[in-house]
Design a binder for this molecule. Structure first.
Ligand code: ADP
Ligand code: TYD
Length: 208
């Protein structure tokens, strides 16, 4: 068998601590001597980073829900082709801040029921899910305050507010029930170190 790395994604509402925990897990595994690639969506390849600007900046009504779904899927396809699959083929552990579950939630749920289209497009154009998805569960009010305090200008989604965050939280938990083998839920309201300890434990189960 050729070398094949493991693919781990982080999911959760804005401000739940995904980026922080993805970085800490990457640092932990690197310190143990593993080859690790830390990446994110939307983005993670030059083309997908350009699409990121189109989807995250500007008027919240800039795109219809369907167009937005196509843009996120195009970004994911490029990211997979150019960054993720080549790294996995070299045996690298790929850690990704958001992946297809974010599309299942944000495009599949938040602006009408597009989940069937999201799934069809995923099967057609992506066809791959992570080996492990760590869902950081978080109270929406706490998450939103954390996200807005960063002030990055990428506020197209964050400006949708707390109701959307609450809907997304419930949706992510339902998704964890739908994919119980792949998605593991971790309580994100504790200290950074406390959450990180759980993340390491869950990741080790998959990495062996
Ligand atoms: P996400 O990537 O999910 O949007 P971040 O990792 O960027 O979340 O975290 C959002 C903000 O909250 C950052 O300023 C980060 O330093 C802070 N933060 C992350 N985890 C915790 C935690 N467990 N407790 C307190 N603050 C946190
Ligand atoms: P991200 O930079 O991860 O934001 P945060 O760190 O605040 O969680 O993602 C930006 C936004 O993009 C986020 O609000 C969710 C949205 N998004 C989608 O709507 N669909 C997707 O497929 C992805 C990957 C992200």
């Amino acid at each position: 068998m050729t070398a094949s790395g493991r693919f781990i994604s982080f999911e959760g509402i804005d401000g739940s601590g995904k980026s922080t925990q993805a970085r800490l897990l990457a640092e932990h595994l690197q310190a143990q001597g593993s080859q690790v690639l830390l990446t994110r969506e939307p983005g993670g390849s030059p083309g997908a980073e350009e699409i990121r600007k189109l989807v995250l900046e500007g008027d919240p009504d800039r795109w219809s829900a369907e167009t937005e779904l196509l843009l996120f899927t195009a970004a994911r396809r490029d990211h997979l082709e150019r960054t993720i699959l080549p790294a996995l083929a070299e045996g690298t552990i790929v850690i990704c801040d958001r992946f297809a579950d974010s599309t299942r939630m944000y495009q599949g749920l938040s602006r009408g029921d597009l989940r069937a289209k999201v799934d069809a497009l995923h099967d057609l154009m992506v066809g791959r899910d992570p080996d492990l998805t760590i869902l950081i569960d978080m109270d929406p009010e706490v998450g939103l305050n954390r996200a807005l305090s960063r002030g990055t200008g990428e506020e197209r989604f964050e400006s949708f507010g707390e109701d959307l965050q609450a809907q997304m939280r419930a949706g992510f938990l339902a998704l964890a029930d739908e994919f119980p083998n792949r998605i593991k839920v971790i309580d994100g309201t504790r200290s950074i170190e406390g959450v990180a300890a759980d993340v390491t434990k869950v990741a080790q189960d998959v990495l062996g």
